[in-house]
Design a protein around this ligand. Sequence first.
Ligand SMILES: C[S@@+](CC[C@H](N)C(=O)[O-])C[C@H]1O[C@@H](n2cnc3c(N)ncnc32)[C@H](O)[C@@H]1O
Length: 222
Amino acid sequence: MTAANSSPTPSDLRHPMFSWIYARMSRRMEAGGMSGLRTELLAGLSGRVVELGAGNGLNFAHYPRTVSEVVAVEPEPYLRTHAEGAAATAPVPVTVTPGRAEKVPLADDSVDAVVLCLVMCSLPDRAAAMAEVRRVLRPNGSLRFLEHTIAPTPGLRAVQKIVDATFWPRIAGGCHTATDPVGTISTAGFEVTELRRLRFPDIRFTQPSTPHVLGTAQMATA
Ligand SMILES: C[S@@+](CC[C@H](N)C(=O)[O-])C[C@H]1O[C@@H](n2cnc3c(N)ncnc32)[C@H](O)[C@@H]1O
C-alpha cells in the first residue's frame, strides 16, 4: 500500500522498449492463466517477504493477508513506476524500492520469504543473486519461484539455445530461455521441497519460453 519514489538510482537497469511492451503484454498473460499461477506461487506465505525483480507489480494483488509486508525490488524505472501504482491498491503493505537481485538492499536474515517470479532468466549473475537470497532469508525461511526453464526435450532445447544466442535477449530484456532455475537453486544450497512443471501459455504452439517451473525451496540442512 505504500510506495517509494522512482527517481533514477545507481542500481537502475534500463530496458525501455522491453518494459513498455512487458507492461502491456503481461496484462494479456494474466488473462491467459498467469494470474492463477501467481496466486498459487504466493499461497500460504506470511510475515515479511522480498520480491526480487517485481516488474510492474502484478504479483502484489495475489499476496495473502497473512503477509505483513512486501519489499518489492525492481531496477527498471518504467516498470518500477507501474509497480508503485500496483502497490497503492495491494491488499498488503508493499514498498517498492530500486535495487538488483545481486545486491539486495536488506539486512541479513531479515525476511521470512523470497519470491522469484519470471526473473532468473534475466539475471546476468544468478549465483550472486542466490547468495543474496541466502543472506536475506531467515533460517527456515521459504523461497518461492515461478520461472521459465530449459526444455525437457532436445529439440526445443536446441531452439532455446539458438534464440538465446541471437535475438531473444535483445527483445526480452536480457532473458535467456535455456536457464535451469531448479539447478541454480539446488546448487546454491537449497532443497526444492515442492515442484510443478508446467507449460505457459498452455496452447498448441510451443514457444522457447513455454516450459515453466513453479515451486518452493528451503535451505538444505547439513
Ligand atoms: C519478465 S519481467 C518479470 C516481472 C515480474 N516479476 C512479473 O512476475 O511479472 C523480469 C523482471 O526482472 C527484472 N530484472 C532484470 N534484471 C534484474 C536484476 N539484475 N535484478 C533484479 N531484477 C532484475 C526486470 O527489470 C523485470 O522487471
